[in-house]
Design a protein around this ligand. Sequence first.
Ligand code: SR1
Ligand code: MG
Length: 403
Amino acid sequence: STSIATTSYEPFTEETAIAYIEKLNQKLGLFPAPSLLICKEIGDGNLNYVFHLSDSLSGQSLIIKQALPYAKVVGESWPLTLRRAKIEAEALQKAAETVPSLVPNVIHTDDDLAITVMEDLSDYTILRKGLIDGETYPNLGRHIGTYLAKTIFHSSPFGENQQEIKEISVRFTNPELCKITEDLVFTDPFFDHDTNDFEDHLKDTVNELWKNEELKLEAAKLKYIFLTKSEALIHGDLHTGSVFVTAEETKVIDPEFAFYGPAGFDLGLFIANILLNTISKTAIDEQQHSDLYQTIIETVEVFKEEYKKLWQNHHVEAFIQTEGYVDYMLGTIFEDAVGFAGCELIRRIIGLAHVADIDNISDCQKRLYAQQNALQLGSTFIIKRRNIRTIDQLIQETKDVLK
Ligand code: SR1
Ligand code: MG
């Protein structure tokens, strides 16, 4: 990281972002001289600013992502560490060691200003938007399955030296961002908490859910797993707003929630967000459903295949050849993933942060139906996760709820 700032942290405006890049350009030669930079703030996420800078003379462009000292979605009343910018940049750089084609290239970081300058992916679409628009992505499952297998395996005690893991996990200690997930995913939606945000027409369903002690016990166990299971360096927020796509390519972005956590968490979030899109299309188009199921199936199958290959070829663990060990690991990762997917499905309906796939259903009856399906499917995943051993069983459970 190089600081070229003359002052301490300040949120950029479009003008100060240009001034910063002009200075950086003199050091790094980002754009050919002469250049004429223009800038637009394009961030539509919950937490950060995103500036798009382009040189109108050469046509070249880049992105500056800047963390704000609070959560943009709530406002200044919710302070949030700027250190997340450093964690995000370092997580992207770490992922680039194993899956360079599946993450954006980091060009420059500045810890004082909490910024990351990176490759512009404007030719890409945010996956959530693409799916809402009915686009299909035939390579997506393969790419995400590969991303998950490689990032998880290489940061786990099966693919990385134990001493190194201890060092890395200190760099990726991320208590404030983990607390957001602990509260918004694993706690508040299961109680009558004031951060929750759901429609009046769901009151009865939600009240029933809050009284479901079996569900709450299993949610509590999943929260405990999230709090304690330090298996691998995970992305920590792998929903469909954290993935950029074109017809052929996939890039995983936004790992500001990264930490050493449960290996099934990213897979669970990804599956849940594909399913939220599936649920939003209930009874509209069979083909769209089967394309989405296919993406989930491929994600899991490729994840398992790639993980097994790595297990055989790159191990640093004495028990690696012991019969049944890899299947045990993959089994527990999948079981956790199913439970985490359940929590994600529920929190996107009851909790603070929703998804456009469901919220944008304009017909109130259809929206209610989709919301109830998500809650029912989420509860099923959480309670029955030990019996959902395969991806085919998970798809069948989904079809049973959506029929
Ligand atoms: C206050 S942040 C709300 C949500 O946005 C992020 O993307 C995470 O999913 C978080 O839970
Ligand atoms: Mg994000």
